[in-house]
Design a protein around this ligand. Sequence first.
Ligand SMILES: [Zn+2]
Ligand SMILES: [Zn+2]
Length: 194
Amino acid sequence: MVQHNPTTPFTIPVFDLMHRPGEMREKTLDPVLDDAMGNAVIGVPAGAPLHIDVRLESLHDGILVSADVTGESVGECVRCLIEVRQPLEVDLQELFAYSQDEAFDYDVHDETIDLEPVVRDAVVLSLPFQPVCQEDCLGLCPQCGARLLDDPSHEHEAPIDPRWAALAGLGGLTGTSTNDVAGADNDDATEEKR
Ligand SMILES: [Zn+2]
Ligand SMILES: [Zn+2]
């Protein structure tokens, strides 16, 4: 039989199991990723390895695949932006059907199965959308950007009250002097007398 699919580290030949219900086989894959698997903030980068323990069972409809995928995901803490490395561990089970009917998501092609899309989906689903370096990460200082966990006693001078800051700005623009401010105080006083 002619092989139409290029062989990748995720392809497994299953000709020895096909149409032999009850037959079972175990296999280990150690693929190195050509393309990263993950979301925008965390994932397994390209060039990183995965370890996959696979169990293949022959059923009437196709080959049932059970797999344990382990590896390491790398990302960024969404609060303080430092690098986050988390162990990745995900189980999956999927039927690769003999039929190419649309009712089945995956099928056996040229007596092989391709685990890549199945592993990719399982890995992506297992990853957090909001990874944090630790649960109580305090994030960054809104004033200076320092990482607050690195400097727990972090302090700044009390910020200028925004109302006074606005007045100070006006003073600068109009050239208001100390005398004018004093005059304003006097006006307030006259108002109170009325
Ligand atoms: Zn953090
Ligand atoms: Zn600060």
